[in-house]
Design a protein. Structure first.
Length: 355
């Protein structure tokens, strides 16, 4: 292909082993497409190929949080404007078909038209480190929950004497008691087999407890250093703050406004009015983990914050249900969180009193 005069826009359909790149001109006409391996040499070849097609204005990359993360980082390091683009919806794919070149060209057209204009997370700072550590912690929490459920499930069918000995204990005491069971050596006896299984599950749960505690100890100072103003908010602990940081990314300034962050967290109000009924319904979009973090903040404030309690009481008298009040409160909280995540302006730092 010959070099196209004027600016061009690139699009990349990302996969685990290969990336498929495409280029369109200023009016959306197809210029060229090619496939490259997902290696350092492949990224260099992809960028060189893009520059060979014309003056690259921007590159739209699918999956900047997954398969396209490494490519996105490399392109930004080389001074290329990267645009985050969602995969085509199912209706479009049914109408136009599915292939790597089709998806790559669709990504480029979405960026050229302005339909896709989001700035991807940089994934190269403290927040990325927090995300990785939280990912491992989350896996340990899920595995611990599964082990606890298994332990309690075995207890339901355990011999009556053992079940009555353990059934009244809470989870922590139950795990401790099961860890100190002394089964006999004859595992053909169901009673000995049950005790052995319970002890192994309890040992597993204790190992997960240690892993989770280690992760919390590592995460707490990282979260505090990354967003000191966020953890200072009422109801925001290291776990909640960590999730909100991961949702916003290392570059929270990529979020154009407080409303954009509210949409990202799934707390932007959705009208559901009809006739004389004026209300808003639950927003099921956005990052549900961030939505859950905001929910936990609201529950904490409803219990301990007098101002929040007064607001809830006033809105209840106006006829709102508790879920509706919680949705309103989440929208207020996300405003505080958004401003706490943004970098402190330089002039504010200069005017801050000396410690």
């Amino acid at each position: 292909m010959t070099n196209v005069p004027g600016p061009v826009t690139g699009g990349v359909d990302t996969h685990g082993e290969t990336h498929h790149a495409a280029v369109i001109d200023q009016v959306g006409q197809q210029v060229a497409d090619a496939e490259f391996p997902t290696t350092a040499a492949g990224y260099r070849a992809l960028l060189a190929w893009l520059h060979g097609q014309g003056q690259v204005e921007r590159v739209a990359v699918e999956g900047t949080g997954a398969y396209g993360a490494a490519l996105g980082r490399y392109l930004r390091e080389q001074g290329v404007a990267v645009v985050e683009v969602d995969r085509p919806d199912r209706k479009t794919r049914r109408a136009k078909g599915k292939s790597d070149p089709i998806d790559a060209y669709a990504a480029a057209r979405a960026a050229l038209s302005g339909q896709a204009s989001g700035t991807p997370k940089t994934r190269d700072g403290k927040v990325e480190a927090i995300r990785v550590l939280r990912n491992a912690r989350g896996g340990a929490v899920k595995a611990r929950t599964q082990a606890v459920n298994q332990l309690k499930g075995l207890l339901v069918t355990a011999p009556a004497a053992l079940r009555e000995q353990l059934r009244s204990l809470d989870t922590a005491a139950l795990v401790g008691a099961c860890a100190h069971l002394s089964p006999g050596t004859d595992l053909s006896d169901p009673a000995n087999a049950v005790k052995t299984a319970l002890r192994r599950l309890a040992t597993r749960i204790r190992a997960f407890d240690t892993e989770i505690a280690d992760a919390d100890r590592d995460l707490a100072p990282l979260v505090s250093a990354a967003a000191p103003r966020l953890v200072a908010l009422m109801g925001v602990g290291p776990e909640v703050a960590g999730q909100l940081l991961v949702t916003a990314g290392d570059n929270p300034d990529r979020l154009r406004s407080e409303a954009a962050f509210a949409h990202l967290c799934g707390v932007a109000p959705i009208p559901a009015s009809s006739g004389r009924t004026d209300r808003h319904r639950l927003n099921r979009g956005g990052d549900r983990a961030a939505n859950c973090a905001l929910y936990r903040i609201v529950l904490c404030r409803l219990r301990y914050d007098p101002a929040t309690q007064a607001y809830a009481e006033r809105r209840t008298k106006q006829g709102l249900s508790k879920p509706e009040i919680i949705r309103c409160l989440k929208r207020y909280v996300v405003r505080e969180v958004y401003h706490a995540l943004l970098p402190v302006p330089k002039q504010t730092e200069d005017l801050a009193p000396a410690a």
